[in-house]
Design a protein around this ligand. Structure first.
Ligand code: DC
Length: 251
């Protein structure tokens, strides 16, 4: 069964390589709940198509880390908005590929912060930064600039609705909260970050609530997005599903 499956995927990939007009680049917007597996899939699709991959959540995390380090956010998650606003143009975020780790990493003012932005302190505070209109405005502009030449896969919460409302392909990913918390738990354990499953589940649910109910660009499915509920799908099944969609769009 699994051999058959592999043969099928291989055919799709071959077809994609043979039939795709590589000069026709599109924008692929992947939105969805936290830990729904957006970035894993987005990265793989970008690799197959030789597109740029941009993790927009990492940008909100980097601004959050900056705010924490500068004491612009307190223990009660109250943000000193005036101070943050004043220095926002001093925050430079970019991505560089680490060929040893074979992954793209986030840089905040030339410092590699890839690991630090994934820690719980940032996860627990990021929603309070990402709901600020002035932060979103800056980051959305930066994201749109990165997509000017198309040939990009970007994941986040508002990519299909706000950042690239004209994206050729929009995917909305979801999975139930327990499945998502379990994935995050394993990810953090692998990185030796000490945290309990319950703590993560609570964080996932809290972030869903804030993401969906905030005034600024709340998480919602774009009307023209296709939904992918991957609660019971493995990575390969999701990849097949999306490659098929991309193939239809490009050809
Ligand atoms: O995808 P993530 O969990 O790394 O995102 C971190 C936070 O940033 C998440 O709580 C929601 C927010 N975010 C957002 O508001 N808009 C985006 N385009 C991406 C992320």
């Amino acid at each position: 069964m699994s051999n058959l499956k592999f043969g099928f995927n291989f055919d799709i990939l071959n077809l994609l390589i043979r039939m795709t007009d590589i000069t026709k680049k599109i924008i692929i917007a992947i939105d969805g709940y936290s830990s729904s597996g957006k970035s894993t899939i987005a990265k793989e699709i970008a690799k197959i198509l030789n597109y740029k991959y941009i993790d927009s959540g990492a940008m909100y995390r980097a601004v959050t880390l900056f705010a924490i380090r500068n004491n612009f956010i307190n223990k009660k998650h109250i943000v000193d908005e005036d101070s943050l606003k004043k220095v926002l143009d001093k925050i430079k975020i970019n991505f560089r590929y680490n060929s040893n780790k074979k992954q793209q990493e986030t840089y905040l003012n030339s410092e590699n912060v890839e690991d630090e932005i994934r820690e719980m302190e940032v996860s627990n505070n990021v929603s309070f930064i990402s709901r600020l209109a002035f932060v979103r405005k800056e980051l959305v502009l930066l994201q749109q600039k990165l997509g000017l030449e198309k040939g990009i896969v970007m994941d986040g919460r508002d990519i299909g609705t706000v950042v690239f409302p004209n994206a050729e392909l929009k995917i909305f990913m979801t999975a139930n909260p327990e499945v998502r918390a379990q994935r995050r738990y394993l990810e953090l354990k692998e990185k030796n970050i000490d945290v309990s499953f319950d703590e993560i589940l609570e964080n996932v649910k809290k972030r869903d609530y804030i993401d969906e109910t905030r005034d600024e660009s709340p998480l919602k499915r774009a009307v023209d997005a296709v939904e992918l509920d991957n609660s019971n799908m493995n990575r390969q099944e999701q990849l097949d599903w999306i490659v098929d969609l991309v193939n239809k769009k490009i050809n």
